[in-house]
Design a binder for this molecule. Sequence first.
Ligand code: FAD
Ligand code: NAP
Ligand code: SF4
Length: 677
Amino acid sequence: MPAHQKYPNLFSPLDLGFTQIKNRALMGSMHTGLEELENGFERMAVYFAERARGGVGMIITGGISPNSEGGMGAKLSNAEEVEHHRLVTKAVHDADPDVKICMQILHMGPLARNDNPVAPSAIRSRIASTTPRELDEAGIEKQIADMVNCAVCAQKAGYDGVEVIGSAGYLLSTFLVEKTNQRTDQWGGPYENRMRFPVEVMRRIREAVGPNFILIFRIAAMDMLQGGMSWDEIVLLAKKMEEVGVNIISTHFTWHESAVPTIATMVPRAAFTGVTGRLKKELNIPLITSNRINMPDVAESVLARGDADIVSMARPMLADADLVNKAFEGREDEINTCIACNQACLDHTFNGMEVSCLVNPRACHETFLNYEPTVEQKNIAVVGAGPAGLAYAEVAARRGHKVTLFDAASEIGGQFNLAKRIPGKEEFYETIRYFNKMIEKRGIDVKLNTRATADVLAAEGYDKVVVATGISPRIPDIEGIDHPKAVSYIDVIKGIKPVGKKVAIMGAGGIGFDVAEKIMHSGKFAALDIDIFAKEWGIDFENHPRGGVTGVEPIVAKADREVTLLQRKSTPVGRGLGKTTGWTHRIALARRGVKMINGVEYLKIDDEGLHLMINDRYEIMDVDTVIICAGQLPLRGLYDELAEKGISVELVGGAYEAMELDAKRAINQASYLAAAV
Ligand code: FAD
Ligand code: NAP
Ligand code: SF4
């Protein structure tokens, strides 16, 4: 059977009447910030063209504002800006004339990053720093006219269509919801009036662009807001959009201010597509679904169930530009899967940094990180098969170097073998699977259960040795640290040491949080079961109350333990976690009853428990177990020995620097070094 026949739905074309989309795989809209950088459009052209060559049927760009009030760094409203966008559309159509590219029109409304945000009413969002200015009638007409102009400009720039975002707490959606729209004129009050603004935007865009231009409306099919949109309101809006000439409805599942995770790695795959499926039954136009669809089999089953007509994968296309081609050719095991960590994509966006991808540092950096074939093959030993060593070995071998990869453990992955055991981090298995496949494909010689020594490496005569030996856990210098109550996080995660009922966790970094999650879990993991996930986050998929969550109490199964997470810093516990995911971990642990205390000083551990000062108050915490999660130190003895022998040696990953190390930095550093060797 040809490989693509495994995915008959994914690889069937979609007929829109005036045009066809070659398959059902969409690269969904994702803000990269490229358009705001010098040479950003050139970079964006290369980035999107690579994805077009990678087999997607349609691409939607990141959001572009129609005017300065719209709030994005980049806008499209005049002939000069049209020329910039032409670079992108041309590059995509040159790469594959059958790939459609649509531009997303994003008016951020009250969430705009400017001094003068506008909204239907002067109501500040929980996540905004400014109260928006209420639009008057003329202001509303101006916003509509600017959005129409933006769509016309997009058409002139060579886009095949536009998507207008009507969700997430951005301008259009704030007209729909009572709590953000308290107007009493024709744009507020009863739902028919609140709907008027988004409907007028789409109706007038259709009039201006004519019938042969793809028009997509992004709707919040479940906005996750207490008192958000009701199901009937959503259906009515979608039907109205169909009536005014929208070709495709794209379903979205949140407002940014909601307190329910919808894309983090703890969310089960395809958790929300059933909502799209319900809406599909009400409409005659195609629907796009999204969120946590990261592999072709997931996409295929969503389509086969009839949940949607098109499957959107945004982050997965950052992680692997060739995802669709690999599925088509039966090379699924070569897919570098998005692990939904948000660490290099959304966290960067929200921190004002350049976007990339933890598992693929080339993402958005295609113009300057390339893995060209080497002109001079080297014989390279890489010691350590954690993320840093794996990335180095893969890139170096891909470029034609001869690579031998050593690890003392019986499997590759390094600390990812601990991470994958944390509830909600099951996606880390995929990265290990990917590297195992790459080792085979690139012909890397792997020596497991082999602790490399300087003598052996010297004797084997490598041109270069790369030391990626990672870290050793920091053991704080505290009286009683060798007491039987004190255990290392590694032994806890591996299940080597038992954990008592009363537990103190010393150190509240990423690992402290992960360990708390692991020991407080009971029953099935939410990330693997949509019903449990819905219960834990208070979502009612069946009855769809307002927002999907109104009046639904989260129900969390927790282990029979008392756990306290401790840190010395006086900053709020968990502040250093990821910008877009940290809050989910803090809420999840708080619901499991984990106490969090900052500003502590550890004194000693003995039979009585953990002695400490909490804000100048002496306390003995009566605990059975103290789990040490106090950070890490670089493991680089091997490097020193090799350097002493005069061998060409390089450090990478945790071995290079353990402070603030994460897999993003380890893979990024290794990839750049291996691209240059
Ligand atoms: P390591 O992963 O530590 O790998 C080093 C390897 O070297 C090991 O396999 C070891 O066996 C081998 N080795 C050492 N000495 C020798 C020798 N002499 N000979 C042969 N082999 C040797 N990071 C994130 O970015 N996001 C997360 O969500 C995340 N979650 C985590 C959760 C947990 C529970 C843990 C423990 C870590 C997590 N991390 C996370 C951190 C991330 O895993 C590390 O930053 C990353 O693994 C560091 O990569 P590395 O290759 O430098 O080192
Ligand atoms: P970490 O984030 O640096 O946290 C270490 C913790 O130990 C801190 O809370 C620190 O806080 C405490 N500490 C440091 N020195 C200490 C000492 N001498 N005595 C007692 N406590 C001490 O490191 P980590 O938790 O080990 O994580 C390692 C890396 O993996 C991190 O860089 C992290 O980004 C990554 N990771 C990421 C995630 C994720 O979800 N993104 C998850 C897990 C791990 P105080 O000094 O205030 O006590
Ligand atoms: Fe996916 Fe993480 Fe890469 Fe973002 S950084 S695309 S979430 S793997």
